[in-house]
Design a protein around this ligand. Structure first.
Ligand SMILES: O=P(O)(O)OC[C@H]1O[C@@H](O)[C@H](O)[C@@H]1O
Length: 140
């Protein structure tokens, strides 16, 4: 699996997330490159929609800036999650393809639990197919 990763700051939480990705033998495409949160979110979103990565992970202070930016890319379904149930639900019911987290509010172990739930949950539930299709039409 390949995961596009971007964060607009670095701390114990971002390092824990990067280590967790490395521990899973995931190929990480790091788009950060000194960019600010709007371009980081957009770059992760584009990496997912152009097939460079299967899923994306973004972190910023709140998680919201990178989530909003990623969601500007057509085909991105970025979800801000702060616990594993939210992350799993975003995959299962919303077919989220980008996980956004706050690097300021999530402790390192919690961020890794959220990431793990996101990566380990297959998406989406077949019962949600109509809703996911409907979501795609809202871009038009
Ligand atoms: O003041 P800057 O660094 O532009 O933004 C701070 C935070 O504002 C939010 O959208 C992001 O979470 C970002 O990390």
């Amino acid at each position: 699996m390949r995961v596009a990763y971007g964060a607009d700051d670095a701390n114990e939480t971002t390092r824990a997330v990067q280590q967790a990705l490395a521990d899973r033998d995931i190929e990480v495409v790091d788009v950060t490159g000194g960019q600010q949160w709007p371009d980081i979110g957009a770059a992760v979103g584009k990496a997912v929609t152009d097939g460079t990565a299967d899923l994306g992970v973004v972190l910023c202070w709140t998680g919201t800036g990178t989530a909003i930016a990623a969601n500007k890319v057509s085909g991105v379904r970025a979800a801000l999650a702060w616990d594993p149930w939210i992350a799993a639900g975003a995959r299962r019911w919303n077919d989220a393809n980008v996980l956004a987290m706050s690097l300021k509010r999530l402790a390192p172990d919690v961020a890794v639990e959220v990431l793990t739930a996101f990566l380990d949950t297959e998406g989406p539930d077949p019962d949600e197919a109509a809703n996911i299709t409907r979501l795609g039409t809202l871009d038009d």
